[in-house]
Design a protein around this ligand. Sequence first.
Ligand code: UDP
Length: 335
Amino acid sequence: MKTGKMNETSFFEKRENMKTILVTGGTGFLGANLCHRLIANGYKVICLDNNYTGRFEHIADLTAHPNFEFIKHDVTKKIEINEPIHQIYNLACPASPVAYQGKHAIDTTKTCVLGAINVLELAKQHHARILQTSTSEIYGKPLEHPQTEKYLGNVNPIGIRACYDEGKRCAESLFFDYHRYEDVEIKVVRIFNTYGPYMNIDDGRVVSNFIYEALAGKNITIYGDGLQTRSFCYVDDLIDALVLVMNSDKDFTGPVNLGNPEECSIKQLADMIIQKIDSSLKVVYQGLPADDPIRRKPDIALAQSKLNWMPKIKLNEGLDKTIAYFKSVLSSNQK
Ligand code: UDP
């Protein structure tokens, strides 16, 4: 039928013009948020993950979508994709200290370094633009405050966080060498603490731990004296920035800091969550882990000037959304 035929043609034309985007680490916290955003924006998305910290449930709702494909694969192994890829977001790496340290430390370094080589080789082969999600951890225990992209950092290369910090530093170096010597179009972003839906409840990072403890009616456990600071960015703001950086001018490689400059102590965060969930809860204190940074706050002037980007969601509002998400996850787990 005429109408049917036209629809079919326009469908294939659309597919032909459509960009295919690979998201490594696509079932993780940021990855799942990004996959949902890219599908909503009309792209074809290939989500690749070994599901070490990622969860298939995070993207299960997308699997019926004609533009979405999931590949279970570990980025430390060579990646082969037999269709043209236009953009790659490399998010594959555990990001919570409890997930990347200890018995997983060597795998973390491999994921950062071998993973970077494998995705960069793929980008070279496909002439794809590639974005590396680096981290504020490359600044280590910063001695400058707030941290600008020019700050070279203060990392303990033999400490328990080094597998992640040095792994991510080496990945940055690989990205810039592939750009310099192999002509790969790169973008490097340094992500500061981020929170929101699709975090695992047992992720181990502070926002999910505090909310989980409070919802379970337990005491809130602060490591150290609680005076250490972080600056927390709501995930939707961060995803806006990732997409903006990916589609920015070819010459803009970064590195660029992405985060919310609103700094808050861990004690203040605990108090906010207690007030929101159950004001009768108490705080208990444990020792501070080795090399835990005392202060962290991004200088985002570069992101503001290059991308016209500023986080919009205040911690108060973002925590409400995150608490609502965790409540819904816990109640569906109980069914
Ligand atoms: N933290 C805490 N209680 C927890 C988890 C973390 O007091 O249950 C502290 C942790 O020691 C650190 C801060 O909160 O000072 C942020 O920790 P997170 O693991 O979220 O991120 P990162 O240290 O990588 O910034």
